[in-house]
Structure formats: structure tokens, C-alpha cells
Design a protein around this ligand. Structure first.
Ligand code: OSB
Ligand code: MG
Length: 373
């Protein structure tokens, strides 16, 4: 079903997190999120830009995504006839980087297409292999070890199936030792967000004794070759996050044995079309994937749920309940997780939730509607 986007609405919201979130690159108390609404024929599709508040995870941040979308992506997409949402990304492939900005609009177009067809987003993307999504949680660096142990206890009791803890120099071997002592059996992973160098390999090899399911992105954000060298020295599987920005890079990383698991993030790879390709490349090579999170509002969260229904999403992801992040989410019914750690996929049209417009307006700090000149 073809569509022509008549208007694009950019909206920036601000929402304080229930608890701060700290990675190796910094601490966040409040999110500044850009939401994208794509309008065609009276239908509106919603997407979320997953960029952070600063260019520390990758090069993008809230403000850069706004400008890229307004000045470079929207003019290429408005008024163009698309035969399918899968073609939207192609209109801005000439832009270097800025995948999260581009991915926010791309995701909005998939939601639009799904609503046009009257089907759930997960069906529009060819998913549906899982009707329930297995959930893990990502727990940031805390003020002290007791606070971390308390958080892990809370999340295990809530039913989550896998605990990921953030690590950084000074918050690694001894902290993981303390976690393992208290929780010897849990599925445990560690995410370094690029905090180490290959020369730190002995410290990373010291983590082998803790039976981690994986160690995520230990080395630089754009590094594949050193990860291959590191993986050869470790028993623990490496999971790649930051450095996989396309299916081509996924294929190269797999070929080089730079890791044994891939974390797919919708924004990081520029949207659904590329995320599906990364998924397919990994599946072809028997590399399991899971869905990463970027502290999304309900709109991005719903997109992650749809993505997670593709068949090779076989490991618990970082997609968890709205209430872990927000006092109140931007969707009328929050994302909930069952006591056995599952999210049931919505059968509603599009992304499967209703936007709480009044609440959204109350937390909007800027808004701009872009139409074809
Ligand atoms: O590396 O997965 C990451 C949040 C911000 C930036 C990077 C990462 C994360 C998370 C959060 O781990 C996952 C979540 O949304 O809960
Ligand atoms: Mg990560």
C-alpha cells in the first residue's frame, strides 16, 4: 500500500527517570526524547528517536537528531511516494551516520503503514515468531554495591529472566564477584559501553570465572578488529552493541569472530529495514540476537517489542516494564511484564498502544510541524 507523507511533526519531551541510570560514559536523571509523527491520508504514524542527551553512546544526541530530521531528512521524505515503509530509509542513506534520527522517522512510517493496513506493527515487519517477549533488565552503576545487590534482588523478584549490570574501570571484577557471591545461579551479563582497550584484556579475562552469559561492547564504539582479538582470549562470549550499525558490519564482525552474540537496537542501525537485515545475517550464521534498549518512552518500547517477535530474538532483551523508567508513560496503558518475565505482544493496529495526548502535551518542551514547501 503506497503512501505519501504530507506532514512530519517533531516533538521533544522531557521525562525524569524513576531512578538515575549510569553507564561507563555518564549518569542520566532525566530523558530528553524526540518523537516523530508522520502524517498521511488522515493517519498518523509514531516513532521515537533513541539518541541520548549527549553524544557519548554514539555521535548523536537529542538536539542533533532534531536538526538532522528537520533540515535533511524531512525534506527528502515529504511528498515522496513510497511503495512501502521499507523504502523510507533509502531516501536518507546519503547522510553519514545519524542513524537514530533517521530511524525515528523510519519507524514512524512502519507504524503508519501498519495502521493503513489495519494490522499490528509486528506483522507489518514480518515478525510474530514469538507472541510473548522474554525480558531482562539493564541495571546501571550504583552509588555502592549494596544498592546494586538490592536492585538485582528487586528485579529477580519481579520475574525478570536475566540481569545485565553496567561495568566500568573501578566498578568491574570485585563488584561482579560480590554479585555472584550473593546470586550464584542467575543469568548475568556485563555491559562496558566501550570503557576498555585491548591492552586491558587480562582484566576482562579475569571475568571468565564468573560464568557471565556475555560481556557487551568491552572495546571502542567503532572497533571490530580488536574485539576479534579479544574474543580469542576470552571464554566469555562477547556481545556487540555500539559497533554494529549495519547488516554489512554485522556480517564482517561475524566473519572475523569479533563476538558470538549481537544486541540489535532499532535506532542504532537506522530503523526496522536495517534491523531486520542484521537479524537475518545473524540468523544465517547461527548468532543469537536480543533487543537492546535506550531508556525509551512507551512509543520506542512498543517498537522494540514488535522487533523482538522476529525468530532469532532468542535471548532475553533489555525491553522491560514502563514503570521501571517512568512514573507515568506516554501511552495510555503502560508496558507490563508478567511475574514470569514476559511481555505479551499487542494485537492492536500499528505499534499497539494509544498515545496519551494530554499527558504528552504536558511534557512537551518544543514542537515543529514540517510540511512540503
Ligand atoms: O548499552 O545498552 C546500552 C542505555 C543507554 C545507553 C546504552 C545502553 C543503555 C541500556 C539501557 O543498557 C537499556 C534499557 O533501556 O533499559
Ligand atoms: Mg550496550
Amino acid at each position: 500500500m503506497a503512501f505519501v507523507i504530507e506532514q512530519i511533526k517533531l516533538r521533544q519531551i522531557e521525562m525524569p527517570l524513576v531512578h538515575f541510570f549510569q553507564t561507563s560514559f555518564g549518569r542520566t536523571y532525566s530523558r530528553k526524547i524526540v518523537l516523530v509523527e508522520a502524517l498521511a491520508g488522515g493517519i498518523s504514524g509514531w516513532g521515537e528517536v533513541t539518541a541520548g542527551e549527549n553524544p557519548f553512546y554514539n555521535e548523536e544526541w537529542t538536539d542533533s537528531s532534531w536538526l538532522i530530521l528537520r533540515d535533511f531528512v524531512a525534506p527528502r521524505v515529504l511528498g515522496h511516494e513510497f511503495a512501502a515503509a521499507s523504502e523510507v530509509g533509502d531516501r536518507s542513506v546519503h547522510i553519514r551516520g545519524h542513524f537514530m534520527a533517521r530511524g525515528g522517522l523510519e519507524a514512524a512510517c512502519w507504524d503508519l503503514e501498519a495502521k493503513q493496513k489495519g494490522i499490528p506493527l509486528y506483522k507489518a515487519i514480518g515478525g510474530g515468531a514469538h507472541k510473548q517477549i522474554a525480558c531482562g533488565v539493564s541495571i546501571g552503576i550504583q552509588d555502592d554495591v549494596d544498592q546494586l545487590l538490592g536492585k538485582i534482588d528487586t528485579e529477580m523478584n519481579a520475574g525478570y529472566r536475566r540481569i545485565k549490570m553496567k561495568i566500568a574501570p573501578g566498578w568491574d571484577v570485585e563488584v561482579i564477584r560480590a554479585v555472584r557471591k550473593r546470586f550464584p545461579e542467575i543469568l548475568l551479563t556485563a555491559d562496558a559501553n566501550s570503557a576498555y582497550r585491548l591492552s586491558d584484556w587480562e582484566l576482562l579475562a579475569a571475568l571468565d570465572e564468573f560464568n557471565l552469559m556475555m560481556i557487551e561492547q568491552p572495546l571502542a564504539h567503532d572497533e571490530i578488529i580488536d574485539h576479534a582479538e579479544l574474543q580469542a582470549k576470552l571464554k566469555t562470549p562477547i556481545c556487540l552493541d555500539e559497533c554494529i550499525r549495519s547488516a554489512h558490519q554485522a556480517e564482517q564482525a561475524i566473519r572475523m569472530q569479533a563476538g558470538r552474540i549481537i544486541n540489535i537496537k532499532l535506532g542504532r542501525v537506522g530503523g526496522f529495514a536495517e534491523a531486520i537485515k542484521v537479524h537475518d545475517v545473524a540468523m544465517k550464521h547461527n548468532i543469537p540476537v536480543w533487543c537492546g534498549g535506550m531508556l525509551e518512552s512507551g512509543i520506542g518500547r512498543a517498537a522494540n517489542i514488535a522487533l523482538s517477535t522476529l525468530p532469532n530474538f532468542v535471548l532475553p532483551g533489555d525491553v522491560s516494564a514502563s514503570k521501571r523508567y517512568w512514573k507515568k508513560d506516554v501511552i495510555t496503558t503502560p508496558v507490563e511484564v508478567s511475574p514470569d518475565g514476559l511481555i505479551t505482544v499487542s494485537e492492536g493496529p500499528g505499534f499497539g498502544f494509544d498515545v496519551d495526548h494530554a499527558f504528552l502535551d504536558s511534557i512537551t518542551v518544543r514542537q515543529e510541524t514540517i510540511s512540503k514547501p
